[in-house]
Structures are given as structure tokens and as C-alpha cells.
Design a protein around this ligand. Structure first.
Ligand code: ATP
Length: 233
């Protein structure tokens, strides 16, 4: 579904990604873990069309994404939840959700709305609440739910555990698993390697802008280098 081959990208003359290779298949949760500044967010920006790679290829559903704008990629099913969540703070939960359905017909939007309310009952209970009055965990749920309103084939989540307690992080990751089980593939970027590897089907470790290790979530969680560098063991 998604392939990155030797992707190099950066900001101005500063190159951040060096020959990043990554694949993601249908219905998979793939985690991209790495330290602060390793280039995880830059990888997501390159995939979603915000940043144009200087070389290498990115293919989504068999077509190269190079030159496509983020809004065109959303229409093709590639939807990104940025780390800052980018909610419309003064709008209600339901207004935020409906904004996420800008590519869809009203029938599709109603169907997705019912599905996200089923997945996140707390949002259904508070559908008229103003988004900025939500806690960090609820805002993260809302950001993910709004992305689902676009009907993604691939959902890219940038550090969804930011600002969440470990307990709330597990609740959120359980929801990510449920999303995967509905057939949506997930690319999960996390500094919190322990929890990300626990739910990932496969994972990559990014160091200084290069993918240095890959394996199943379990393989990497048991890898000595990962345990020492990222799990504090
Ligand atoms: P974090 O967990 O801190 O978000 P990350 O692995 O996602 O880390 P990136 O955000 O991709 O890392 O940052 C990689 C490098 O690129 C860092 O050195 C960062 O300072 C730099 N960088 C990120 N965004 C920009 C930008 N808009 N302009 C210039 N440099 C940037």
C-alpha cells in the first residue's frame, strides 16, 4: 500500500532524511520509533505531501505521490493527524468531525459519524461540547476521529500519546487497534517505543534520519539495542 524507497528530504539545505526505506501493507499497524529529532515527523510530512523529497520515491496504492498536494492525497485515502492535533478549538466536537468529512458525500459523512461515535462513545456523549474545553486525551481521540471522517485507507498518527497518561495512552492505542481491525492501515510515529511496539504488527527504528532496524513489534521489543536505547532496560 505504501512504499518509501531511498527517500531523502529536509528543510532548505539541511538534509534530515537519508535514504529512508519503509513499506506498509493493507491492514497493518506499522510503528516508526526513534529519539527526539530522529526525523519521524519529517518522514510523515514527506509522505503526506507537505514536504517534497529531494530524491527517492514514495508510492501509495501503486502511484507515486511526488508532486501531489496533501488535499489530493486525502482524497486518495492518505490522512495525517499532526502532533499538535490541529483541532478547531472554538467549534464543537460534532462540528470538528463534520469538517473532517470535506471530501465525502453527506451520506458517507453520516455513516462515518455513526461509526466514530461507536468507536469513541465519549465523543457521542459530548457532541455539543466545545473542543478546546476537552482534556488532552479527549482531544487526541477527537483528532483521530476527525481523520476517520475522511474515510482513510491509511491513517498516519504523529505521537498520539503526547500529553496522555500511560493509562489513557493504552485506551487510545486500543482504539488504534480497533481502527486497524476495520481495515484501515496505520502508520504510528512514537517516541514512546514500549507502547508502540506492543501494538505494532511491524516496526522501524529511525536514527539520525535513517531506518536502522526493522522487524515485527515483538522482535524489536526483544532486540538488545532497542531495549537499551529506547526502552531503558
Ligand atoms: P520529535 O519527536 O522531536 O518530533 P522527530 O523524530 O519527529 O522528533 P523531526 O521533527 O522530523 O524529528 O525533526 C528532525 C530534525 O529536523 C530536527 O533536527 C528538527 O530540528 C529539524 N526540523 C524539523 N522541522 C523543521 C523545520 N520546519 N525547519 C527546519 N528544521 C526542522
Amino acid at each position: 500500500m505504501l512504499t518509501l524507497e531511498k527517500v531523502c528530504a529536509g528543510y532548505g539545505r539541511m538534509r534530515i532524511l537519508h535514504d529512508v526505506d519503509l513499506t506498509l501493507g493493507e491492514g497493518e499497524i506499522v510503528a516508526l520509533v526513534g529519539a527526539n529529532g530522529a526525523g519521524k515527523t519529517t518522514t510523515l510530512r514527506s509522505i503526506c505531501g507537505q514536504l517534497k523529497p529531494s530524491s527517492g520515491t514514495i508510492t501509495f496504492n501503486g502511484s507515486p505521490t511526488t508532486g501531489s498536494r496533501p488535499d489530493q492525497l486525502v482524497r486518495e485515502g492518505l490522512v495525517h493527524v499532526p502532533e499538535d492535533r490541529a483541532l478547531f478549538g472554538t467549534l464543537t466536537v460534532e462540528e470538528n468531525l463534520r469538517m473532517g468529512a470535506w471530501t465525502r458525500t453527506s451520506e458517507q459523512a453520516e455513516k462515518s459519524l455513526a461509526e466514530v461515535y461507536e468507536l469513541f462513545p465519549v465523543l457521542a456523549d459530548r457532541r455539543r461540547q466545545i473542543a478546546q474545553t476537552f482534556s488532552g486525551g479527549q482531544q487526541q481521540m477527537l483528532a483521530i476521529a476527525r481523520a476517520l471522517m475522511a474515510g482513510p485507507k491509511l491513517l498516519m498518527l504523529d505521537e498520539p500519546s503526547t500529553g496522555l497518561s500511560p493509562k489513557l495512552t493504552w485506551t487510545m492505542l486500543d482504539a488504534v487497534r480497533s481502527i486497524r481491525d476495520t481495515g484501515v492501515a496505520v502508520l504510528l510515529v512514537e517516541q514512546n517505543a514500549k507502547q508502540a511496539l506492543a501494538i505494532a504488527d511491524r516496526a522501524y527504528v529511525l536514527e539520525s534520519g535513517a531506518t536502522v532496524l526493522q522487524g515485527t513489534g515483538r522482535e524489536l521489543a526483544n532486540d538488545g539495542r532497542v531495549r537499551k536505547a529506547y526502552l531503558g532496560l
